[in-house]
Design a protein around this ligand. Structure first.
Ligand code: GLN
Length: 485
């Protein structure tokens, strides 16, 4: 049996008890990669075997000396390729960063390493995290481990596929508009997007800075809670970082939803939602009800404005954030050019893919004078109204329950034909980022093609523990009673 079939906490426990070593765990991850990478393509970069094993040996020594006591010391982790890793290529799956070797690591990565996790590699993603399928990467697509004719979702598709395929024990992803939750749902794994400000964004290559948040992708809820506990921190290097006292997330791993009020937005179950997904989500909701939760349908309102507001704000921030990739400071520079402006132009034309260019143009347009008020300011006002709609909902409910996506994973090649259609697929996830809320997706069934379906639970700001408690209760009920849809 591969050690990669264990959860990160189970494996960490075995390593701690000296039943297996950190080196054996790393070897099992590498063996799975050798066997499956050709089919799946989860990674942009797998670290050199020698380096991984060397690090595993050092961690093992640290565990034996009592220096490393973290819950997943010695456990193999994969990192989305938009988080800086010192001396390790960090591409954002873009040609423009093909040869970028950061001189420092992202704070979240440092925290995992401090706790003894062993990094295996950097995972594939949509270029600069713009997309929902991991098909816009400059380094090839990632495929869904459940059926390789289908996409793994995106933009953290590589991280989710790596966890689902057992090519690592757990992974980090980032979520600007659903990029942790949607691919987790498509790949049948668990993914958590924390409240904005909970995990430092230092070293996360920015897409939409007011929306981006790093979070865990793992086999189950307990792993997500433990990883979040490790990476959540106040960091003065990130001006939006929040000082929180309540980051002992694993204390919420209890089976108890008695009296918990769960709201189900009626407006999420109307047009466009696949019936098999809807059935599975409602079954999951009733499993929570059986355990004592109180369900109620309600009108969240403003749902149809979330997508336009998000794409205006995210593109505006992206166009500004991506201005730094000019062929001077980072990565790729065009081979031949005439003068400075021509160098900028050719570098960016050759370095960025079509989806990134579309966002830069859209973002520059909505920020330009004359259009700023009509588009960007209006989107910001809409964002404020969406936040108010959630505030009203959380006066009545402890959690909101919804699908993570309107369908299961689409076939490879289907989505890119129609970008607007692809944007519509983000309907259930993006408003969570606009409002800065935490959200988790938990597997809750499969469709008739055998593709996973994920249930999303959304909490009020800083209510990760309530969310974790409900997600854990649901997960345990599926383990016990096969209450899955
Ligand atoms: N699909 C959304 C987008 O393309 C969300 C991506 C993300 O969360 N990074 O912007």
């Amino acid at each position: 049996m591969s050690l990669m079939s264990l959860t990160a906490l189970e494996l960490g426990e075995k390593i701690k008890k000296c039943e297996v070593s950190a080196v054996e765990a790393a070897e099992d991850a590498l063996a799975a990669i050798k066997k499956k990478e050709g089919d799946i393509g989860s990674y942009v970069t797998v670290l050199e075997e020698e380096k991984i094993l060397q690090r595993a040996k050092e961690v093992q020594a640290g565990i034996e000396s009592g220096e490393l006591t973290g819950a997943f010391a010695g456990v193999p982790v994969a990192i989305k390729d938009n988080m800086c890793t010192e001396g390790i290529r960090t591409t954002c799956s873009s040609k423009i960063l093909e040869n970028f070797y950061p001189t420092f690591s992202a704070e979240a990565v440092c925290r995992l390493e401090r706790d003894g996790a062993v990094m295996i590699g950097k995972t594939n993603m949509d270029e600069f995290a713009m997309g929902s399928t991991t098909e816009t990467s400059a380094f090839g697509i990632t495929k869904n481990p459940h059926n390789t004719d289908y996409v793994p979702g995106g933009s953290s598709g590589g991280s989710c596929a790596a966890v689902a395929a057992g090519e690592c024990s757990f992974a980090l992803g980032s979520d600007t508009g659903g990029s942790i939750r949607q691919p987790s749902s498509f790949c049948g794994v668990t993914g958590l997007k924390p409240t904005y400000g909970t995990v430092s964004r230092y070293g996360l290559i920015a897409y939409g800075s007011s929306l981006d948040q790093i979070g865990p992708i793992a086999k189950d809820v307990a792993d997500c809670a433990a990883v979040l506990e490790s990476i959540a921190s106040y960091d003065k290097k990130d001006s939006t970082s929040i000082r929180r006292e309540d980051t002992d997330f694993t204390t919420a791993l209890e089976e108890d939803v008695k009296g918990m009020r769960i709201g189900i937005p009626r407006d999420y179950f109307s047009r466009g939602l696949d019936t098999q997904v809807a059935d599975s989500i409602m079954k999951a909701a009733h499993a929570l009800e059986k355990n004592g939760a109180v369900l109620e349908e309600f009108d969240l309102s403003l749902v149809e404005y979330a997508i336009p507001a998000y794409y205006v704000i995210a593109s505006a921030e992206a166009s500004s954030n991506l201005a730094r990739f000019d062929g001077v400071k980072y990565g790729y520079r065009t081979g031949e050019y005439e003068g400075l402006h021509n160098m900028y132009k050719k570098t960016r034309s050759e370095g960025f893919g079509p989806e990134v260019k579309r966002r830069i143009m859209l973002g520059s347009f909505v920020l330009s004078s004359g259009y700023y008020d009509a588009y960007y300011l209006k989107a910001l006002r809409t964002k404020a109204l969406i936040k108010q709609a959630f505030d009203r909902a959380f006066e009545k409910y402890d959690l909101i329950l919804s699908p993570a996506a309107p369908t299961t994973a689409p076939k490879i090649g289907e989505s890119l034909k129609d970008p607007l259609q692809m944007y519509l697929g983000d309907i259930y996830t993006i408003s969570v980022n606009l409002a800065g809320l935490p959200g988790i997706t938990v597997p809750c069934g499969k469709d008739d093609k055998g593709l996973p379906i994920g249930m999303q639970l959304i909490g009020d700001c800083f209510k990760e523990k309530t969310m974790i408690r409900a997600a854990y209760t649901f997960e345990q009920s599926t383990v016990r009673g096969g209450e899955q849809g």
